[in-house]
Design a protein around this ligand. Structure first.
Ligand code: ADP
Ligand code: ZN
Length: 612
């Protein structure tokens, strides 16, 4: 039976307050929840940290029956269930990691309607036995999490997701809600069609994450630059460092550890036990740095990740945005920092050229890379460019590197001509192709072995570029690549001209460039990053010792229960408690993030901790 809208909203709001302890819905949560509670389908595009989970967890509690949540994140199901259990919600999961007995228990709880939410991996739905089990219970709704995994041209395709279109055929009356944080127009359309969500309402939230400060630096000594960043801006903070290869993950983790920063590696080359153990420690302990390949992170909902650093160029803006989005889910100021250099471009082009997959697939990969390069080389606000990529217009943010220290732009036309004509001459006069290093040596007039060996010191362009430094020439090459005025090919990343190069050489096109910042990565930070979402309770000095006491209590409690600290309370909740010092249980119950179950369980302990 469909409830009138007012009543649906009332029920939802009551659950929001009673169970989750929050005052009000965020963004379009309310409309989404109304749609699903009312029995309709929804496709939800919301950035990481935007508050997607409530969009199906509240309907799960308001509607009759059990909500079935499909998620690819087997390793995190236990944590998700623990977090819900701490809120007094009845949740369970079925996956391949369970023993027979645990499975049996959850299955019978499902059939008896004694669960609010049941988490399943997509592959489970291929088993006829699972489908028959689902037939025996009452399903409140299907939630399809990480729905972009169904998109073949996206960046995270999982074949098991394709089968999810059958949910609608087998259970036509059960509402479905698909959720993702990846949302270019192409991915959006593909999700809708593959999951047969033609009648769904689409909800597209703002993709902005205002508390994240975006910064992209030229790569010099990436590990040292990273260390500098962590020491000056994030001492003691939890964060994620992404590297492209397993080897560089291991090396970076070791380097950080040697320099006194607690860091753990994570990549597919480690055995499953080590991976799981490292992930557990990252989630449970404070202030650990996870150094990982992109195999790590999907579904990690640790709220207090204070920075995400990339030591290598991500393959796409979608990937970059999803990875950086893991910072600052609690709304507190966080940093997204990326170091990028010429070698990244060469390496990624090479990977694309040698990737399997047809020409169309390689074109998609190349287009992804081009957009990423354009972001790196922009002189405009990074956030404006990021949001535009997701189809959303905005104005300069004031919280990214280009806004905080606007890069100077300069007329690089002559420099571009010098570089391009070096490439042209090598090709035309000598029938040779070389990488960027040789062209730069020629322009700088350096008589290196390789220059003399090939007689490149007799070229007319030899020594005509001494007005720029080597680093500046590398920046010129990068920007020409980013603007499509130059290309790299082959195993050695040799430079070749493009169609558009000719326009520059014929003086028909001006080239504007971004001046290399000569300051270190962490300098030039003139504004404090902002917090959002009401989580930004600034701590007065007098509240600090109270906050520390609450944190110590939380750490002890979390350890005792074997759950991550944030499952007990988020930092933002502890901050508010420390600031307001609520004298009674009733006052404590009004703090954001203190719902009924947690008030009953921890309320008195909190008051005691405050009274010390
Ligand atoms: P997503 O899944 O979209 O990445 P989550 O569902 O994990 O985001 O939510 C991000 C954070 O915001 C969580 O800590 C969650 O508890 C909090 N949150 C979500 N909705 C609200 C709300 N209406 N009021 C206050 N906090 C909220
Ligand atoms: Zn900006």
């Amino acid at each position: 039976m469909a409830l009138p809208t007012d009543q649906r909203t009332d029920d939802a709001l009551r659950v929001l307050r009673r169970v989750f302890g929050y005052d009000s819905f965020r963004g379009n949560q309310r409309e989404i929840i109304d749609q699903v509670v009312g029995g309709g389908d929804a496709l939800v595009l919301m950035p990481t940290g935007g508050g997607k989970s409530l969009c199906y967890q509240i309907p799960a509690l308001v509607r009759d029956g059990v909500a079935v949540v499909i998620s690819p994140l087997i390793a995190l199901m236990q944590d998700q269930v623990d977090a819900l259990t701490a809120l007094g919600v009845r949740a369970g999961f079925l996956n391949s990691t369970q023993d027979f007995e645990a499975r049996r228990r959850i299955e019978s709880a499902f059939v008896a309607g004694e669960l609010d939410l049941l988490y399943l991996a997509p592959e489970a739905l291929r088993a006829e036995s699972t489908l028959r089990l689902l037939d025996r219970g009452t399903i409140a709704l299907f939630a399809i999490d990480e729905a972009h995994c169904v998109a073949q041209w996206g960046h995270d395709f999982r074949p098991d997701y394709l089968a999810l279109s059958m949910l609608h055929e087998r259970w036509p009356a059960v509402p479905r809600i698909a959720l993702t944080a990846t949302a270019t127009a192409a991915t959006h359309a593909e999700i809708a069609s593959r999951l047969k969500l033609q009648d769904a309402r689409h909800f597209v939230a703002s993709f902005d994450r205002p508390n994240i400060q975006y910064r992209i630096a030229a790569k010099r000594e990436p590990r040292k630059q990273l260390l500098d960043l962590l020491r000056t801006e994030h001492p003691g903070d939890a964060g994620i460092v992404y590297c492209l290869s397993r080897a560089s993950v291991d090396k970076t983790a070791e380097f950080l550890a040697q320099n006194g920063i607690p860091a753990l590696p994570y990549h597919a080359g480690l055995d499953a036990r080590t991976r799981a153990a490292n992930q557990q420690r990252f989630l449970r302990e404070d202030g650990l740095v996870m150094v990982a390949t992109i195999a790590f992170g999907m579904g990690i909902d640790k709220p207090d990740v204070r920075f995400v650093a990339h030591l290598d160029l991500p393959k796409s803006i979608e990937g970059y945005y999803q990875e950086t989005g893991r910072a600052g889910r609690d709304g507190l100021p966080s940093t997204a920092w990326l170091a990028y250099g010429l070698s990244d471009v060469v390496q990624q082009r090479k990977m694309i050229e040698s990737s399997d997959g047809d020409l169309a697939r390689r074109r998609v990969l190349a287009a992804h890379l081009d957009a990423m390069l354009a972001l790196c080389e922009t002189v405009q606000c990074r956030r404006v460019q990021l949001l535009r990529y997701f189809g959303q217009e905005s104005s300069a943010c004031g919280n990214c590197d280009t806004c905080l220290t606007p890069p100077e732009s300069w007329d690089g036309t002559v420099a571009a001509q010098k570089l391009l004509s070096t490439v042209l001459r090598l090709h035309q006069e000598r029938n040779q192709k070389f990488g960027a290093g040789q062209s730069i040596d020629i322009l700088l007039g350096r008589g290196t072995d390789k220059v003399t060996q090939y007689g490149h010191d007799s070229l007319s362009v030899f020594g005509i570029g001494t007005e720029l430094s080597e680093a500046e020439w590398r920046a010129v090459v990068r920007q020409l690549l980013a603007q499509g005025l130059l290309a790299v090919e082959g195993d050695y990343g040799t430079l070749v001209l493009t169609e558009s190069s000719r326009d520059v050489l014929r003086k028909q096109r001006q080239v504007t460039m971004r001046r290399e910042q000569r300051v270190p990565a962490s300098a030039g930070r003139s504004a404090k990053p902002r917090a959002t979402g009401g989580a930004s309770v600034e701590l007065a000095p007098s509240a600090l010792p109270v906050f520390e006491r609450l944190r110590a209590w939380r750490a002890a409690t979390a350890k005792e229960q074997g759950v991550p600290a944030y499952v007990i309370f988020h930092d933002s909740t502890l901050r508010q408690i420390a600031t307001e010092s609520p004298p009674t249980l009733a006052d404590l119950g009004r703090v954001n993030g203190v719902g009924e179950a947690k008030l009953a369980r921890y309320g008195q302990q909190i008051l005691d901790t405050l009274a010390v």
